[in-house]
Design a binder for this molecule. Structure first.
Ligand code: FES
Length: 127
């Protein structure tokens, strides 16, 4: 029988003041397991972050990594330049350290993807 890791990390979720989410201006500290996604844990805790595909594909959930480290083992499209620019997809992101993110970054991330000639970039911006 394999034993999965039960390591837990503190993920601090910052919802910007200007966000259209009900949680605008709030900050949440959540305990997220190594095998759990930030999005699923947040929703279980009643923090209803934006998401659509939940497969690391649509970019609706995009957030900025302010501090810490996450992995995206199941994201359908997540690029090295996303990582280098500090963008994450909380629907598939799993923490590897204590981590702080700023959520509700979809618009900025679409611009970033378009500028890097990556999907959904221009197709969503112009569609
Ligand atoms: S909800 Fe689609 S990429 Fe995260």
């Amino acid at each position: 029988m394999t034993q999965s890791s039960n390591e837990m990390w503190t993920v601090t979720i910052v919802v910007p003041e200007g966000s259209s989410l009900d949680e605008a201006g709030e900050t949440y500290d959540l305990e997220v397991g190594t095998d759990e996604t930030i999005l699923a844990t947040a929703r279980s805790a009643g923090v209803w972050l934006p998401a659509d595909c939940q497969q690391g594909w649509c970019t609706t959930c995009a957030a900025r990594l302010v501090d810490g480290d996450v992995v995206h083992p199941n994201a359908r499209r997540y690029y090295d330049e996303d990582d280098e620019a500090g963008y994450i997809l909380p629907c598939t992101a799993k923490p590897r350290t204590d981590t702080t993110i700023v959520v509700d970054q979809h618009d900025d991330f679409l611009e970033f993807r378009a500028a890097n000639d990556r999907p959904p970039g221009n197709s969503k911006l112009n569609g």
